[in-house]
Write a protein that binds this ligand. Structure first.
Ligand code: ADP
Ligand code: MG
Length: 419
């Protein structure tokens, strides 16, 4: 197996990665780092949590020239993901002495405009806000010759594709395009081929669709029993951190409230919140200050949160790609995880379609064996100090210091790496 050094990654970057427990490259990194350096267009498909971010960031950042010209653009479908990528990029960019800026909306545009005066070599953002700046003339893309679409198949769907195409049109004639995702439906690949020039395809492990380290389970339930099934499940499983996906914002809000009433440590994430609220919730979840995040599919793609042991689909995902990305929020970087999908009799057909998409039958049962370390994670709101949760303090349930420390140390044990 090659090392980062063998891949001729800057020794300072190797040192930086080592500090966060990243010692040897994953298969996708081993393939993409040298391929990206050739300047060829790439279509990269590798499973969730296998290190695609560094695979595209390392060769992109190291090739940036230290001149005040924007040369690279990374586009992601959600603000949360753009923010996460920009955090990963920050240190390697510093090492290469280049500037990277996050342009992701939800913030004051004038603040971003001021930052853009620095003319960053790398811009990371979401399509709508990026295009907004292009139209205002605050971003110049004409010298951008490296473009990365993370979660490319999502960005090439209706709703995003027009903005993405408009952005690409603004960039240099002679450019490199890198498309990354864990899923790449054929129709999207064909679409992508139209604006790529003879792309090289890098597909890692094409045989099995989902990760082996994620245990997949279906829980059959009647529509009117859904909530009690979920509560039962949460009490039995006692996740360290869990994401519960719902199909609609309204369901997210209602479910969050109902779970809070039952004293679970929970908060919500969806597009109706202000960006400030979204950031606040994400921070609490990343810091394990809440145990359960109830979310729409804005949390389905790309988010890398340490300690998620369980992904629960309260509503069945609308397609197989969404299923793959949702469950991929657990079982990251080789860790194990459990993905549970609640299925009502009316949703049987949808389940069949998902199963045929992942070429696997998902076992229908209650999880029998408990997660080996789960006992340590006993931090649920149930039976804990603060019983009087009201609508106002949803998600703000206080844990005792001891509980927080227990959670943090459990997180460290869980991850096996220090952060
Ligand atoms: P993907 O984009 O493929 O879903 P990410 O790039 O978000 O995956 O990486 C998933 C996790 O794996 C991150 O926490 C990241 O720090 C970690 N990681 C990345 N590369 C390596 C590596 N070479 N060795 C160990 N962990 C890694
Ligand atoms: Mg990713």
């Amino acid at each position: 197996m090659a090392s980062f050094k063998d891949l001729k990654v800057n020794p300072k970057v190797c040192e930086l990665l080592k500090k966060s427990g990243i010692i040897s490259p994953t298969p996708v990194q081993e393939k993409v780092i040298p391929a990206a350096r050739t300047g060829k267009d790439l279509i990269v498909r590798a499973k969730t949590g296998t290190g695609k971010t560094l695979a595209f960031l390392i060769p992109t950042i190291e090739r940036l020239k230290k001149i005040p010209v924007t040369q690279a653009l990374i586009i992601a479908p959600t603000r949360e993901l753009a923010m996460q990528i920009s955090k990963v990029a920050a240190e390697p960019a510093k090492i290469s002495e280049v500037d990277s800026i996050l342009i992701s909306g939800g913030k004051d545009i004038f603040e971003e405009k001021n930052k853009l005066r620095r003319t960053p070599q790398l811009i990371i953002g979401t399509p709508g806000r990026l295009l907004d700046h292009v139209k205002r003339g605050t971003i110049q893309l004409k010298n951008v010759n490296k473009i990365i679409l993370d979660e490319a198949d999502e960005l090439l769907k209706l709703g995003f594709i027009e903005d993405v195409e408009n952005l690409i049109r603004e960039t240099a004639g002679d450019k490199q395009l890198i498309l990354c995702s864990a899923t790449m439906p054929d129709r999207i690949k064909q679409l992508a081929a139209e604006f790529m020039s003879r792309p090289q395809e890098i597909f890692i492990e094409p045989k099995t669709v989902t990760l082996k380290n994620i245990e997949q389970i279906v829980l059959k339930t009647k529509q009117d029993k859904k909530f009690s099934r979920l509560v039962e499940l949460l009490e039995k499983e006692n996740p360290y951190l869990a994401i519960i996906f719902c199909g609609k914002k309204e369901i997210v809000s209602r479910l969050t409230l109902e779970l809070a009433k039952k004293n679970f440590s929970v908060d919500e994430l969806h597009g109706d919140l202000t960006q400030q609220q979204r950031n606040f919730v994400m921070k609490k979840f990343r810091d394990a200050k809440i145990q359960i995040l109830v979310a729409t599919d804005i949390a389905a793609r790309g988010l890398d949160i340490e300690g998620i042991t369980h992904v629960i689909s309260y509503d069945i995902p609308r397609d197989v790609e969404t299923y793959i990305h949702r469950i991929g929020r657990t079982g990251r970087a080789g860790k194990t995880g459990i993905a549970i999908t609640l299925v009502t009799p009316e949703e049987t057909e949808k389940l069949r379609r998902i199963e045929s998409g992942i070429k696997k039958q998902i076992s229908v049962r209650r999880p029998e064996t408990k997660h080996p370390r789960r006992k340590q994670f006993k931090i649920t709101g149930k039976n804990s100090v603060n019983k009087n949760i009201s609508e106002k303090n949803v998600g703000n349930k206080k844990l005792t210091g001891k509980q927080i420390r227990a959670k943090k140390s459990a997180a460290r044990n869980f991850s096996g790496k220090k952060k």
